[in-house]
Design a binder for this molecule. Structure first.
Ligand code: BGC
Length: 759
């Protein structure tokens, strides 16, 4: 039975009521579409950026006229309520709008950036951070997030490396699933769920030269094997939306790519949800040079399968005429509208348009009230995201006594500690490293703080970073002469027992539109480190950055190095927990660290070649660079602990795997050190001979486990034929019989190996 009678829909209904949803979604949506004018349908396709696109009074009028499907960038119930009222009280059909936002790694509580979350190799942590983000975002009247960002990135020059989960298809796919699961909860219709929009479909992380928004030219094999799986994982996990990438793919922009959006996404993958263009991407089709004007852009995008247009005017301006002229069939518009109404239905908005906005009387008196934050969970996630890269002579953990010199441009930098895309996070609520060390020491020790350097002394870079769309300039330069700042830091270090120095990138350096030509620390910071080193005091380098950096000098000269990415609201506490040994670090790198920029790309799962470089053998006529040691500075999967682990006795349950069968691989892992600790046991596979060239190794499984000092445990992995499948030259996904190597270890390089045969 259909919910709406024609008379009910077209006549004014009671204030605040949207069309009542029935149990039959398809019938409900079809009935509604049948009652919509073309203008109302096109209105549903519009996603308006609050503040950017139009002033609020005009926006309210547009909504009341049924010319808006959803908005993004407003973050309070109070802001969203009048908009929803305009939709469901004043528009003819009373169709609710939805409210979206970039809730990428937290909403009010900021969790570590995605690269940091991936470093936990703990999918419950990833899911939990998304769950809490959804609880907080929905409590602010939001229905949808433009996340997770699951673009594989293997070129760290790309500033958005920080937003993704790293370089590996398997790990990123698991993070994508966990994240969607966390955001969407048990049902999208729950008041504390938000719809996940998986982005950026597709291949955005492979932009040429790491230059943001650039083109992508990629073989189908690589695409299917490496870059597409995470989007697929997000879709298979039930992600309600997909955001389309800004780049072109093999000559066709994603935004006008029928193969990508209709054939692959909908037909092959069976995606049922909304596709959303990225910001202004439809208008940009003219800039790509595939549309001669905005009219053609609109036609290309809607035909290709772009349901919703974000911040573009092309749909509004040209679709009416394109439909009237017959160039765009009404069926194509209806298909897009069906998905958008379907999303609103799934979100429970037809049931109750104010489901996440609530009643005004229940609005929080202060949206930034400390009680709204989930600090404990943020601290737990942040601890897990930290990767110990060096620890000479067991410099760490530090004693909670004496004097600690806390130095560096990022030591007391709350904005940077949150990282980019920090949603509604407040820098004033963020615990910096300085604060974290002070809190950890309490009355037991002394802190001597000196900034030591600016993040960069390059005025042009500062101008660029401050030009971004932030509320206010983020980089505030210390006006003192660099030499004076260094002198102050060196004096602080001389009077201390240990130096903790925070260096890296300001968050704007690892952001959208922040591609870099070097991966080194800016000169100001290198000079500071070298000056501190002359004091002879133990030096602990705390890195804050959103991409792998080339830190050779740091590796060779620091006594300990802790990679902290951007650790979020509780970052300073979590870092101090590790520095003082209240938490034993367990993070592992989700990306390889190159030795130099020239080495890029350095991802671990490279394809096999005819003349590989083999460590320990003559390098001549092998694939390597003759001026530099081959291989990464730190490999994928690497990370130390305050204890030591040993892996031994890799065994397979059988030397052969029957077709459709499985075998078990097991290893003994022992905590050989003095402290309890966690590590991640990683299983890689190599297909020894296949019909196409396969990677040197591929991560296929891992277990994170806690072992008490001296404890040993057998870790078992189940391997089945699915784990051996890959795309062949015909893009068929299948495993081929023959020999396979199983490699198990605590990073991607230090592995033990056994072989078996797939029959
Ligand atoms: C970004 C997207 C983001 C959108 C809305 C774009 O510039 O590429 O990732 O979701 O803005 O903020």
């Amino acid at each position: 039975m259909l919910a709406l009678s024609a008379s009910l829909v077209c006549s004014p209904v009671l204030a605040g009521t949207a069309p009542a949803a029935t149990g039959d979604k398809n019938a409900f949506v079809a009935d509604l579409i049948g009652r919509m004018t073309l203008e109302e349908k096109i209105g549903q396709l519009r996603l308006i950026s609050i503040g950017e696109d139009m002033p609020q009074p005009q926006l309210l009028k547009e909504i009341a006229a049924g010319r808006v499907g959803g908005t993004f960038n407003s973050v309070t119930r109070k802001d969203n309520r009048p908009m929803q009222q305009a939709a469901v009280e004043r528009s003819r059909l009373k169709i609710p709008i939805f409210f979206a936002y970039d809730v990428v790694h937290g909403h009010r509580t900021i969790f570590p950036i995605s690269l940091g979350l991936a470093s936990s190799w703990d999918m419950e942590t990833v899911a939990q951070s998304a769950r809490i983000s959804a609880i907080e975002a929905s409590a602010d009247g939001l229905d949808m997030t433009f996340a997770p960002m699951v673009d594989i990135s293997r070129d760290p020059r790309w500033g958005r490396t920080s937003e993704g989960f790293g370089e590996d298809p398997y790990l990123v796919s698991l993070c994508a699933q966990a994240s969607v699961r966390g955001f969407q909860g048990t049902s999208l219709a729950n008041a504390d769920s938000v719809m996940a929009v998986v982005k950026h479909f597709a291949l955005y992380g492979a932009v040429e030269g790491g230059r943001d928004y650039n083109t992508v030219d990629m073989s189908p094999l690589r695409m299917y094997q490496d870059y597409l799986p995470p989007y697929r994982a997000g879709v298979d996990a039930g992600g309600g939306g997909v955001m389309i990438a800004l780049n072109s793919i093999n000559g066709v922009p994603a935004t006008s790519n029928t193969w990508l959006l209709r054939d692959l996404l909908r037909k092959t993958w069976g995606f049922k949800g909304i596709t959303v263009s990225d910001h202004g991407a439809i208008d940009e089709l003219t800039k790509h040079g595939v549309a001669k004007d905005a009219r053609e852009s609109a036609k290309l995008a809607i035909t290709a399968g772009v349901d919703m247009s974000m911040h573009d005017s092309a749909y509004r301006d040209h679709l009416p005429e394109l439909v009237k002229s017959g160039e765009v069939p009404m069926r194509v518009i209806d298909d897009a509208v069906r998905e958008i109404l379907g999303a609103k239905y799934d979100l429970g908005l037809f049931q109750d348009p104010f489901k996440r906005i609530g009643a005004a009387e229940q609005d929080p008196a202060d949206v930034d009230a400390p009680g709204r934050l989930h600090r404990e969970a943020a601290r737990a996630a942040a601890r897990q995201s930290l990767v110990l890269l060096e620890n000479r002579e067991r410099t760490l953990p530090l004693k909670k006594s004496g004097t600690v010199a806390v130095v560096g441009p990022l030591a007391d930098a709350p904005i940077d500690t949150m990282g980019s895309w920090s949603a509604a996070g407040k820098s004033g609520q963020t615990v910096t490293l300085l604060q974290g060390v002070r809190d950890a020491l309490g009355g037991n020790g002394r802190v001597a703080y000196a900034r030591g350097a600016n993040v960069t002394d390059d005025a042009g870079v500062v101008r660029y970073l401050n030009f971004m769309n932030w509320d206010k300039p983020e980089i505030v330069q210390d006006k003192r002469a660099p030499g004076d700042m260094i002198a102050e830091a060196v004096a602080a270090a001389r009077g201390a027992d240990v130096i903790v120095v925070a260096v890296g990138e300001s968050r704007g350096m690892s952001h959208e539109a922040s591609s870099r030509t070097t991966l080194s620390l800016p000169g100001s910071q290198e000079t500071l480190l070298k000056a501190l080193k002359t004091t002879g005091k133990p030096m602990v380098v705390v890195l804050m950055n959103g991409r792998p950096l080339t830190i050779n000098w740091v590796k060779d000269n620091a006594d300990a190095v802790l990679e902290t990415w951007y650790a979020g609201t509780e970052g300073g506490h979590a870092i101090a927990d590790v520095l003082f040994g209240d938490y034993n670090p367990s993070g592992k790198l989700p990306v390889s660290f190159p030795r130099s920029l020239g080495q890029i790309p350095t991802y671990y799962n490279q394809l096999r070649i005819g003349r590989p470089f083999v460590p320990g053998q003559p390098p001549n006529y092998t694939s390597q660079y003759f001026e530099e040691t081959s291989g990464p500075l730190y490999p994928f999967g690497y990370g130390l602990s305050y204890t030591d682990f040993g892996v031994s006795g890799i065994t397979l349950s059988s030397p052969t795997m029957p077709r459709g069968g499985r075998i078990e691989a097991s290893v003994t892992v022992k905590n050989t050190g003095q402290r309890d600790g966690e590590t991640v046991v990683q299983l890689y596979i190599q297909d020894v001979a296949a019909s196409v060239v396969r990677p040197v190794k591929e991560l296929k499984d891992f277990h994170k486990l806690m072992l008490k000092a001296g404890e040993e445990r057998v870790v078992r992995f189940s391997l089945d034929e699915d784990k051996l499948k890959f795309f062949n030259a015909k893009l068929e996904y299948a495993a081929e019989p023959g020999e396979f190597k199983v490699q198990i270890g605590l990073d991607s390089q230090a592995v033990r190996e056994q072989g078996f045969v797939l029959q």
